[in-house]
Structure formats: C-alpha cells, structure tokens
Design a protein around this ligand. Structure first.
Ligand SMILES: NC(=O)CCC(=O)C(=O)O
Length: 264
C-alpha cells in the first residue's frame, strides 16, 4: 500500500482559492498512490484563528467539492486534511474528510481535542464526540487530528475499533517539533500500528510550522520523514506487518485496565 503525504506550505501571501487549486493539482500528481494524506486546516492555517469564522464552510462546501473531484480524477483514497466546518446550527468544527477513489465521502471526523487552552480553537470550535475508523481495501485506518496526538486514550480507542494505521493531519508548530516526533513514535510503539502524520510547512499567524511529516511503522521505526518545506513524502507500507508485530510481541494482550480487558 503506497501512501503519499502532501506537506503543504501554508503562508498568508497565498489566497485560499489559489491554495485550493494548487493542492488539487498536487493530489492529481499522486496517481501511483493508494492513499493521499493532507494536513490540518490547510485552507486557513491551524493557527490563523481570526480567519476561522470567515473561512468556515458547510461540510459539502468548496473544499469538499474540490477534493472529492481530485480523489475521483486521480482514483485514490484521499484523506483531505481538515476544514473549518460550519454546522447548520452555526457551531464550527475542525473536520477531517476522507474520500473514496470514486469521490464519495467515506468518513468525516470532528477533532475531539481542541488546541489553545482558553483561547483560539479551544473556544472558537466545538469538540467532536466520535472516534472514526474506516476500512480501506488492505487495512483499517483510525483518524486523529494534531493535538489529539497528545491523548493516548484516543488511539487506544481506535485500536479497539480495529485501527491498524493511524492517519493524523496536523498543523504542528516548529516550537514543539521534538514532541511531534516523539509522540508519533510513541503512539506507533504502544499500539503496534503505523502512524502517518502529515503536517504543514510555512508560517501563518506568526507561527512557523514544523514540517517534518513522518511515517512510523508498528515497531516504532521511522520509515520516512520530510524536511521543513513543502514536500510530498511517499512511502510503501505493508499492512500485514501490524498483525505480525502484534503476534510476535503481544503486549496489547497484556492490558489489564480499560474497557476491553483481555483474559488469558
Ligand atoms: N493545531 C494543533 O492542534 C496544535 C497542537 C500543538 O501545537 C501541540 O500539541 O503542541
């Protein structure tokens, strides 16, 4: 299974419309991939809080339309990153969209852990309440967004729901890049799962982005890591490695706490 993570440069000198067209063209260039992954809130930038309300879209808004078409034109599964979604009741959500190769919406995930403590996303957006997994032809993906990476219980929940590959869109800042790499590897090791973590490059709202999108295997080895700029990171995964790792080193079976306590 080939995955391409498109680490988009998100700077303020490019309009949202122009970036949307550019990203659609980048997706269309990945026709040898099975799964293409985009970052969090790449239309506005994850830290451009002031622009969320104005840029918010209904679920089936312009980004949905452009990405559904890009997925079907290219014939790939497309995790289109997240959009600032405006629910019909007016609430904003940080919502990730996944399209099938025919351009149908296969999954939508509203970010559960909102970043910003008592400001920014944490006060401007509502919290999602549902874990989301999706069966692809060769594996089951579990979806998470950026700050979620700090909450291991979310990933355990995804494992209990069958996830073998975590797909995480992010807009992670350079300031905390060491946490990004460490946490991506930790989530892979503790869950014996692949982690595909796609971030942004560039600077928006005065916050330099970390880049360094990363793919980690179920043993915690880094298979590929991007640099700081805009880049496409392509990697071949072997989904059977998840089951093999879990059989050969069955630590997940020794869980004693939680909802699904195995008995041996
Ligand atoms: N957009 C985010 O969720 C940022 C998360 C972050 O900066 C951190 O966890 O550190």
């Amino acid at each position: 299974m080939r995955a391409s993570l498109i680490q988009i440069g998100v700077d303020e000198d490019e309009s949202i419309d122009s970036r949307r067209r550019r990203v659609a063209a980048l997706v269309r260039g990945q026709d040898d991939a099975d799964l293409v992954v985009l970052p969090e809130l790449w239309t506005t930038g994850a830290f451009a809080f002031e622009s969320f309300a104005e840029a918010a879209e209904p679920l089936e808004g312009p980004t949905y339309e452009a990405m559904a078409k890009a997925a079907s034109d290219t014939g790939v599964w497309l995790h289109a990153g997240s959009i600032p979604e405006r629910d019909p009741d007016g609430t904003l959500y940080n919502t990730s969209l996944v399209f099938s190769p025919s351009g149908d919406l296969a999954a939508a995930y509203r970010k559960i852990h909102r970043f910003g403590f008592d400001k920014g996303e944490a006060v401007l957006m509502g919290a999602g309440a549902e874990l989301v997994t999706l069966r692809l032809p060769d594996t089951t993906i579990g979806i998470a967004t950026c700050y979620d990476l700090r909450f291991p219980e979310l990933f355990r929940g995804l494992v209990d729901a069958g996830a073998e590959v975590f797909v995480l869109s992010a807009g992670w800042p350079e300031r905390r890049r060491s946490h990004w790499t460490l946490l991506a590897r930790a989530r892979a090791v503790e869950n014996q799962a692949y982690v595909l973590a796609c971030g942004t490059a560039g600077t928006h709202a005065g916050v330099p982005q970390a880049g360094h999108s990363i793919v980690v295997d179920p043993w915690g080895e880094v298979l590929a890591e991007a640099g700081p700029g805009e880049e496409v990171l392509t990697v071949d995964l072997d989904p059977t490695k998840v089951a093999t790792t879990r059989e050969q080193f069955p630590a997940l079976k020794d869980r004693l706490l939680g909802l699904e306590t195995p008995r041996r």
